[in-house]
Design a protein around this ligand. Sequence first.
Ligand SMILES: Cc1cc2nc3c(=O)[nH]c(=O)nc-3n(C[C@H](O)[C@H](O)[C@H](O)COP(=O)(O)OP(=O)(O)OC[C@H]3O[C@@H](n4cnc5c(N)ncnc54)[C@H](O)[C@@H]3O)c2cc1C
Length: 272
Amino acid sequence: MLIITCIKQVPDTTQVKIDAVTGTLIREGVPSIINPFDAHALEESLRLKDEYGFKVVAISMGPPSAEMTLRRALALGADDVILLSDRAFGGADTLATSMLLSEAIKRLSVHEEIAMVICGKQTIDGDTAQVGPGIATRLKYTQLTSVDRIENIDIQSRRITVRCKFEGRYEILESSLPAMIAVLREINRPRYPTVPMRMMSQEAVIKTWDNKIMRLNENTVGLKGSATAVKRIFSPDRAMGQILGGDEISNPDDAARMLIDKLVSKNLLSLQ
Ligand SMILES: Cc1cc2nc3c(=O)[nH]c(=O)nc-3n(C[C@H](O)[C@H](O)[C@H](O)COP(=O)(O)OP(=O)(O)OC[C@H]3O[C@@H](n4cnc5c(N)ncnc54)[C@H](O)[C@@H]3O)c2cc1C
């Protein structure tokens, strides 16, 4: 049985700048990294491989440079990797992204049974958390989101139990397989690749599926297949904050009184 892990290559946002003219992210010269949530999705897939013997296939939609992220997945222990890359796939929004990833998963399911699809909760660039649920909807899989622990898998009866973390509460959910699982970063601690595995991954040929292989209607992928387009990206102007009290106020009561006075003076608080 297969576990499909969806991993995205993203710009290291700590260094991302916005092109004020085009309103798009400046990606040139910015180091690319594996999306942090996806490093945990990959680790969880490999952990389940160790425990239950699943085969792990990591897939990524992206430019040819996204090969680097898939080599990392091989070095960590993924059994196979597939890069979905074609100019026609460029500019995809979440609708088109989840469509392409689902079609690739359908192709893989022809050869072997899929146990689950594991995604990260969200990416650090688009940040929509929509692709995982989009894949689940298209494949008619149960979607289990905000998962911070996989409690149990019963391969015989094709059932899984997970713990989901929400604000101030947990939910324990049980579902049939196959399912789509979107994980939180708390779920595990990613392992490091061994030197031999790193060397092997550097030599490996990365399988790339373009649209000649996927044979999808070009109006359903990339920018053409997207219902939304990013019009402009910009850093909102922030009004300068004000530090109340600072050194001249020693105790918190005075600071609190000063805050209340400030809020009242700005009609943000009424003491009536
Ligand atoms: C600043 C910015 C804002 C954007 N805003 C929007 C928007 O509002 N609406 C919209 O539809 N699109 C938006 N996009 C485009 C969007 O980023 C892409 O569609 C992207 O491919 C998927 O969306 P996401 O990054 O939000 O992923 P998310 O939905 O946050 O990703 C969740 C998980 O899905 C998997 N995944 C996501 N992308 C890929 C991939 N390419 N390959 C493999 N696995 C993947 C990963 O496991 C990931 O952890 C935006 C892009 C940028 C850079």
